[in-house]
Design a protein around this ligand. Structure first.
Ligand code: NAP
Ligand code: HSE
Length: 434
């Protein structure tokens, strides 16, 4: 326990960003003041806050706090010990204020996965030079304490694989499409109305937000510099209600699944739609809930499940970080000194996997044989196949392959159209082994 803690000196927070998460943090500090002091041995107080529009009606009493319109001014105030960045965005105000805070000798707590995914290494190095800490539990999987689990609980393990569903909006859209039998566009609009989507919806449905989170976890798990640019990304926009229903017929669910693993060839990071067994924990995950699966050489597999977003869960994670600082816990940003993190050698996933293929087969003699021939020529063996009734000129055909490579699948998909018996593009989705 630090000398500061023993003296019971207050820990003073400056909070920039008074939206969903910021107001959630204010409420916890106000509601649980006595409990926070009892747990850390010192008062945890807010001294100053910042947002763009001071006149906005917010769901908390802010009258006791100094107001700064400029977050950099807030970050460098003498009466702020910890700068709590809850504005968002990987450039501009959030980045400028965080840099200013570290240089001014403040510790930083943030929920900003985009900023860490793009500038995590530089920020971590600056924090170390300045003798400060950056904590970011809320940046990955909202209320689930996955950063703490990786950096502390599993610190004695060599991590084998990190995977999970880390974007609640995508999981909501996919499960709602299935439950209500609604097409993607309708459910997307529903999610929009419910306020689930980021200001730029492509961050969610394009897989970018979840890719940011995966890159952060991979850095901690494998001791490498955050390498978001090397995450293989694919969103959920091309997943149709037909795919969801038919995958379900074959015993699978479609998830936007992140997988990071260190192989002999380098670091694989992919955030793509995958099929997972319907009976698996990931297959049973519904709505906006997140799930992270961690595999270590000693511990085996750990599954963490919980709310990945929202005021309460995200503020809970922010407060966990604040209290660690209040207690004097000072960990390196990504679990080890930033200068010892290695450059990640990017590797494209070459490990064979089974694939789900959906194609529209024309009602012509020998059509199925031609498709089978294309697969055979690509070295792909069929495990299961199902043909549905003809609608007009074509019938949907589903094929589950035996294990094969992505290259072989891409070759086959490219060769379907020239056969003249397949209508439109075939869909190929990897089936993930859990
Ligand atoms: P939000 O509701 O949009 O709130 C953003 C806040 O930042 C607003 O109060 C806004 O001010 C303020 N702000 C934005 N730009 C600013 C600037 N240039 N100067 C001063 N203030 C500025 O966002 P949020 O949902 O709370 O998210 C905050 C952070 O948490 C983001 O990094 C996000 O990715 C992360 N996060 C959010 C969730 C979640 O469930 N919402 C979950 C995990 C992580 P005004 O109110 O005046 O406009
Ligand atoms: N847009 C994110 C999600 C918010 O849907 O999971 C939490 O990071």
């Amino acid at each position: 326990m630090s000398a500061q803690t023993a003296s019971g000196k207050a820990l003073r927070l400056g909070i920039a960003g008074l939206g969903t998460v910021g107001i959630g943090v204010v409420k916890i500090v106000q509601r649980h003041a006595e409990m926070l002091e009892a747990r850390t041995g010192r008062p945890v107080v807010i001294t100053a806050v910042s947002a763009r529009d001071r006149s906005k009606n917010r769901d908390a009493d802010l009258s006791e706090y100094a107001w700064e319109t400029d977050p950099v001014a807030l970050a460098t105030r003498d009466d702020v010990d910890v700068f709590v960045e809850l504005m968002g965005g990987h450039e501009g105000a959030a980045k400028d204020a965080m840099l200013a805070a570290l240089k001014a000798g403040k510790d930083v707590v943030t929920a900003n996965k985009a900023l860490l995914a793009h500038h995590g290494q530089a920020l971590a190095e600056l924090a170390e030079t300045e003798g400060r800490v950056i904590r970011f539990e809320a940046a990955v999987a909202g209320g689930i304490p996955v950063i703490k689990t990786l950096t502390e609980g599993l610190a004695g393990n060599r991590l084998r694989r990190v995977m999970g569903v880390m974007n609640g909006t995508c999981n909501y859209i996919l499960t709602r499409m299935e439950d209500a039998g609604l097409p993607y566009d309708v459910v997307f609009e529903e999610a929009n109305q419910l306020g689930y989507l980021e200001a730029d919806p492509n961050l969610d449905v394009g897989g970018i937000d979840a890719g940011h989170k995966l890159a952060i976890l991979a850095s901690i798990a494998f001791g490498t510099k955050v390498a978001f640019d090397h995450v293989q990304l694919e969103g959920i926009g091309r997943i149709s209600i037909d795919d969801i229903r038919r995958a379900s017929d074959m015993g699978y669910k479609i998830k936007l699944l992140g997988v990071a693993q260190m192989t002999g060839r380098g670091l694989e990071q992919r955030m793509t739609p995958c099929l997972v067994p319907a009976s698996s924990p990931l297959g049973q995950l519904t709505g906006g809930t997140n799930m992270v699966v961690l595999e270590g050489d000693s511990v085996g597999q750990i599954v963490l499940r919980g709310a990945g977003a929202g005021e309460g869960p995200t503020a809970s994670a922010v407060m966990g970080d604040v209290l660690d600082i209040a207690r004097g816990l000072r960990l390196a940003t990504f679990g080890q000194p930033a200068t010892t993190l290695e450059e990640a050698q990017p590797a494209v996933s070459a490990a064979p996997a089974a694939y789900y293929l959906r194609l529209n087969l024309m009602d012509k003699p020998g059509a199925l044989a031609k498709v089978a021939a294309v697969l055979g020529e690509a070295g792909i063996s069929i495990s299961r196949m199902r043909q549905y009734g003809h609608a007009d000129t074509a019938a949907p055909v589903l094929i589950v392959t035996h294990k094969t490579t992505r290259d072989a699948i891409d070759l086959a998909v490219g060769n379907f159209l020239p056969t003249g018996v397949v209508e439109g593009d075939a869909i190929a989705i990897r089936i993930e082994e859990l």
